[in-house]
Design a protein around this ligand. Sequence first.
Ligand code: IMO
Ligand code: MG
Length: 421
Amino acid sequence: MKKLDVVLGLQWGDEGKGKVVDVLTPDYKVIARFQGGPNAGHSLKFDGDGFVLHTVPSGIFRSDSMNIIGNGVVVDPVILAEEIHSIEEKAGPITGRLKISKRAQLILPTHRMLDAASEAAKGKAKIGSTLKGIGPAYMDKTGRNGLRIGDILSPEFRRRYEALKTKHLGMLAQYDFQFDISDYERKWLAAVEELRRFEFIDSEIEVNRCLDDDMPVLAEGAQGSMLDIDFGTYPFVTSSNTMAAGVCTGLGVAPGRVGKVIGIFKAYCTRVGGGPFPTELSDETGEELRRIGNEYGATTGRPRRCGWLDMVALKYAVMMSGVTELIMMKADVLGGFKTIKVATAYEIGGRKVEHFPFECGEDLTPVYREFKGWDCDICKVRSYEDFPAELKDYISFIEQETGCPVKIISTGPDRSEIVIR
Ligand code: IMO
Ligand code: MG
């Protein structure tokens, strides 16, 4: 019996999950998303072309893969249909290799409005949401009001849609917020019709059957562990469980059926949106990281906040997901920095704290360990032996601290720019 492997981000998102899944896909038959929605922006690059996926699993460009949008995902039909069109322009029809769970929740046009109205009302305390309606859609899921993909097939669908919309309009009336959904709603209803050409499935049955049949399945996480609704920097988080436990509820796979947990992290840290970020650099070094790493959001285009690697947060994420191996992304970006720092603890009110704390406020100062940088470009390196000694030291330190091997090191955005040990 096969076990399901998981790929997930260990920081605040944008670790490079798209590229990694694309690189790993040849080893898997089925790729499944288990949580999140179009707040994700998974970038892939091959044959000189770049692609950003929001809802579709990152295996879609390999013609022999099956891609499943799991029950834990929230789906905006407009964004999904647009994404499908652009994929089909490049790769031809994908109707046969994309399936959607009947239990996945729908994001309504009014969910987007509620997201925007709620954020606007928060003023300075705003989360910096991607405004895709994620929070309100998950609220309706747990509030037991949501509409699901499988409901599209019901003759009652339109009536139920109108009823939920009316409820949302009542909620929106509480805000001082102007909006007009008519345009988006038209597109939304058309997109819902279009999605009918894809198979709506009981994905929990299908995924377990694939595993029974010895088919390798990869679960693709979205966002990152530090954005987890339970363990992230609440309330500056997303609305789903982004760690390995989310796979069990988001795909219907029992904990004992989870195999490898592959954790992805950047050689430094970024965060987009508001909220605590202990190692953030608000100086020239932070700007350098942003410039060299091209740290701008794939979904919203916002500049990302940049800082050094945070070992306290990384170890926390590794612990909670039971990560079995690591993949380090964007190692090339650190080339040229004379000194590289890693936070190994925090100081809070004169006290040294070595675990990720509940209180993550302004009185927190990271305790850094310094490493010598490597003054060379590693983009062309294809074997671990050819890495500069300083980079190997950096990797060894990370392995020692986390207790996990770093199996893959990415040296550039392209599919081919990778070192596998
Ligand atoms: P990928 O999958 C980075 C952040 C938002 C915001 C917070 C809540 O590309 O790594 P939401 O739209 O979920 O209500 O936003 O979470 N966020 C992400 N940051 N990468 C993502 O996805 C993110 N998805 C959400 O910026 O701070
Ligand atoms: Mg992103």
